[in-house]
Design a protein around this ligand. Structure first.
Ligand SMILES: *[C@@H]1O[C@H](CO)[C@@H](O)[C@H](O)[C@H]1NC(C)=O
Ligand SMILES: *[C@@H]1O[C@H](CO)[C@@H](O)[C@H](O)[C@H]1NC(C)=O
Ligand SMILES: *[C@@H]1O[C@H](CO)[C@@H](O)[C@H](O)[C@H]1NC(C)=O
Ligand SMILES: *[C@@H]1O[C@H](CO)[C@@H](O)[C@H](O)[C@H]1NC(C)=O
Ligand SMILES: *[C@@H]1O[C@H](CO)[C@@H](O)[C@H](O)[C@H]1NC(C)=O
Ligand SMILES: *[C@@H]1O[C@H](CO)[C@@H](O)[C@H](O)[C@H]1NC(C)=O
Ligand SMILES: *[C@@H]1O[C@H](CO)[C@@H](O)[C@H](O)[C@H]1NC(C)=O
Ligand SMILES: *[C@@H]1O[C@H](CO)[C@@H](O)[C@H](O)[C@H]1NC(C)=O
Ligand SMILES: *[C@@H]1O[C@H](CO)[C@@H](O)[C@H](O)[C@H]1NC(C)=O
Ligand SMILES: *[C@@H]1O[C@H](CO)[C@@H](O)[C@H](O)[C@H]1NC(C)=O
Ligand SMILES: *[C@@H]1O[C@H](CO)[C@@H](O)[C@H](O)[C@H]1NC(C)=O
Ligand SMILES: *[C@@H]1O[C@H](CO)[C@@H](O)[C@H](O)[C@H]1NC(C)=O
Length: 633
């Protein structure tokens, strides 16, 4: 019915167009007809294309000024799966842009190459996000094509000469396909290509030296392929390069010092490779973004590495870098990640100048001496991670001035002194981890002013005194780790928000396990082991629906262990006064069974003996008598 109406409407419209084409547009009757047949083939709903207005106002149709010809067609996300409309599109000789992205087209036919290849004015062809498979077709013709986007398809095989005829090509995107073989070096006119995206394929071999011929390149993305070898020296000759992305390959050797010659280069990413040399001096001269994480870069960092005047992001984490953190630091730094190296020496106080610094990660190194209080001048800091170093001395009270701080990780150092109460002014703090240090004193009761805190980890210190009762009001907490300290007193009320774990193990806590813990409906792990807790295990704990691990070992608990759900892993050993209900029941049952066995056994023995004697004396009297006689002998 709808189709019938559509057909009738389109026939009617075609008729009107033929009679009075200028009423609707100044499109030639040829193009009007072409558009009409296209609309029929595309099965579009009335609202999109079957309007009485001229085709130039249809969705996705662009016309020249004066509406004399169709110059652009964007059929992106039109739900197209059948390619039969493509030859009709190729009749629009004035077409400049053709966007077919985000559909379900599965092939580019020879017919399309033939017909659309003749449109010299066609500048952009976008087949991104379709279901194209098979090998890359040879693009004959397309004399004016500047931009070809075939990304996000399933094209495979080598890229050899198929694109070499595209003499005007400026932008090529083959990312997210299944191409293999070497990086293509025949891509039309080497002096024109500006953007080359080949990431997320299976390209193999080395980064070809020939890439240096493409003097106009400003973007190279070769990430996530299987490339090996080193960066070609000629890369430094690409004087217009702005972005160079080589991440997730198998590249090795030195980072090419030549890239420091490219004044336009602002982003260089080569993370997750096998680069194993030292980092050359000068490479951040012009850079804003440098990402070399997950390589095997060794040796000390050049003293100028962090001082590039435009540097915003530097990520060198997980390499083999050693020596000191350079003291010359760029004021424009926003994100600095040096974790997972072998850096030693102190954290330079020159960080104080970095008023844009938002993320600072120096964790998992060999940094020594005290945390410089000057870090408190980095007022934008949202994340400070100094964990797993050899830092000593106090936690600077001045860190309480970092009012944007959300994550503070100082664990696994040898920090000493008290937890400064100034830390509890950090209103945005989500994670506070000072575990495994040598902190003393008590947990400040003002800790409850950390209204957003979700992860509190102070375990493995020498903290004394009681757990502040105010902790019960910290209703963002998901996790509390206070184990391995010398906390005493009783267990206060805990916030019902707890989910991940409540660990109070290995302290000096006394008194009973509070009934109120049973309100922690979402808590998964409760560890109260190695304390002096007494009294009975509250029956109500069996109602904690999410609990799967309950550790109560080595306390002074007594009474009978209540029945926990079978999936709760319970350890209550080392509580001499505690009776195991299940084992008691079992023992009683076993005892009864043993009784029965004994009764049955004794009965059977008696019965057999009785029958034996009966047989002895009754059924064979003579022989028995002789035997008796012989006995007597
Ligand atoms: C109209 O199209 C036909 C073929 O479809 C072509 O031969 C003819 O030259 C076109 N006319 C104009 C005015 O473009
Ligand atoms: C339009 O619909 C017809 C019949 O429903 C179908 O055969 C054809 O493939 C569709 N065309 C497109 C471009 O999806
Ligand atoms: C692709 O099309 C789908 C609908 O078909 C739409 O939801 C999505 O946003 C589109 N994606 C892009 C990148 O245009
Ligand atoms: C192709 O279309 C996609 C949207 O589907 C868009 O993200 C992409 O930028 C387009 N490519 C070009 C070269 O314009
Ligand atoms: C790429 O090819 C491999 C094997 O040849 C296949 O398993 C994989 O599904 C393909 N990926 C895509 C996106 O087509
Ligand atoms: C493909 O790469 C081109 C050139 O860099 C870019 O303009 C286009 O947006 C990319 N396509 C997608 C889908 O990202
Ligand atoms: C990297 O190269 C090594 C040998 O040089 C090889 O064993 C490994 O599989 C390669 N990895 C990838 C992701 O290609
Ligand atoms: C790059 O380095 C090579 C050798 O290291 C040198 O011959 C070449 O001139 C350098 N290129 C630029 C642009 O500096
Ligand atoms: C770096 O890696 C390459 C390739 O695996 C290897 O040949 C070379 O010896 C390595 N260099 C160093 C300094 O380890
Ligand atoms: C930690 O520092 C204290 C001095 O504050 C020192 O006595 C202790 O040996 C250090 N521990 C470690 C593991 O370095
Ligand atoms: C807890 O320990 C502190 C000293 O560490 C002591 O002053 C206080 O009396 C103790 N409290 C209890 C309840 O044992
Ligand atoms: C309770 O008894 C069972 C069975 O004998 C045993 O496996 C379990 O370890 C005992 N639990 C405690 C807390 O003693």
């Amino acid at each position: 019915m709808t189709r019938y109406v559509q057909q009738r409407t389109s026939l009617f419209l075609s008729f009107l167009f033929l009679l009075f084409p200028s009423v609707f547009s100044q499109l030639s009757s040829n193009q009007t007809n072409t558009m009409m047949s296209l609309s029929r083939l595309l099965n579009l709903s009335d609202s999109l294309w079957y309007s009485t207005k001229d085709p130039c106002s249809w969705k996705g149709v662009r016309c020249s000024s004066g509406s004399s010809s169709v110059t652009g067609l964007s059929l992106s996300a039109f739900d197209l799966s059948n390619s039969n409309f493509l030859p009709v599109v190729c009749k629009i000789e004035t077409l400049q842009d053709l966007d077919l992205s985000n559909n379900s087209l599965s092939s580019i036919s020879d017919e399309f190459i033939n017909d659309c290849g003749r449109i010299d004015g066609l500048k952009l062809l976008n087949f991104s996000k379709n279901l194209l498979g098979g090998s890359l077709p040879t693009f004959n013709g397309f004399a004016g094509l500047e931009s070809l986007d075939l990304s996000f398809n399933s094209l495979s095989g080598n890229v050899g000469l198929q694109l070499d005829g595209l003499h005007e090509l400026k932008s090529l995107n083959l990312s997210y396909n299944n191409f293999t073989g070497p990086i293509p070096v025949n891509l039309g006119n080497p002096l024109l290509l500006e953007e080359l995206q080949l990431s997320m394929n299976g390209f193999q071999g080395t980064v070809p030296q020939e890439i240096a011929k493409y003097q106009n390149l400003n973007l190279i993305d070769l990430g996530s392929n299987h490339l090996e070898g080193s960066i070609p020296t000629g890369i430094g000759n690409l004087a217009r390069l702005r972005i160079l992305l080589l991440s997730s390959n198998n590249l090795s050797g030195e980072i090419q010092a030549n890239i420091s010659n490219i004044p336009t280069l602002y982003r260089f990413e080569a993370n997750s490779n096998g680069f194993n040399g030292t980092i050359p001096s000068g490479i951040t001269r012009y850079l804003s973004f440098l990402d070399l994480r997950y390589n095997s870069l060794r040796g000390p960092m050049p003293t100028d590495l962090l001082s590039g005047p435009n540097l915003q992001l530097v990520d060198l984490s997980y390499n083999l870098l050693e020596g000191a953190i350079p003291a010359k630091l760029s004021k424009s730094l926003v994100r600095l990640r040096l974790g997972g190296n072998r850096l030693s020496g102190p954290i330079p106080p020159s960080f104080q100048a970095l008023d844009k610094l938002t993320y600072l990660e120096l964790d998992n190194n060999r940094l020594t001496s005290e945390i410089p209080p000057q870090l408190s001048f980095c007022r934008k800091l949202a994340l400070l991670n100094l964990a797993q170093n050899d830092l000593t001395g106090p936690v600077p009270a001045l860190l309480g001035k970092l009012s944007d701080l959300q994550v503070l990780k100082l664990q696994l150092n040898n920090l000493s002194g008290d937890i400064p109460s100034e830390i509890t002014r950090l209103q945005l703090l989500l994670t506070l981890n000072m575990s495994w240090n040598s902190l003393t004193g008590s947990i400040p009761s003002s800790i409850s002013s950390l209204r957003r805190l979700a992860h509190l980890n102070l375990q493995g210190n020498n903290l004394r005194g009681g757990i502040p009762a105010t902790i019960g009001s910290m209703d963002s907490l998901l996790e509390v780790q206070l184990g391995d300290n010398q906390l005493n007193g009783t267990i206060p009320n805990m916030p019902v928000s707890l989910q991940i774990a409540l660990n109070l193990s290995t302290n000096l806590l006394q008194g009973a396990i509070p009934e109120t813990l049973s309100r922690l409906r979402d808590l998964e792990i409760l560890d109260l082991s190695n304390n002096n807790l007494s009294g009975e295990i509250p029956e109500s704990l069996t109602g904690m629906g999410s609990l799967n691990q309950l550790i109560l070992s080595n306390n002074q608990l007594h009474g009978v262990i209540p029945d926990f759900k079978p999936y709760v892993s319970l350890n209550a050993s080392g509580n001499p006064g505690l009776k195991n209900k299940t084992s008691e029941k079992l023992a009683r049952k076993k005892g009864r069974q043993n009784g029965v066995i004994i009764v049955v056994g004794v009965g059977a023995f008696l019965l057999v003996s009785f029958i034996f004697f009966l047989l002895l004396f009754l059924s064979e009297p003579k022989r028995d008598r002789t035997r008796t006689i012989s006995f007597q002998r």
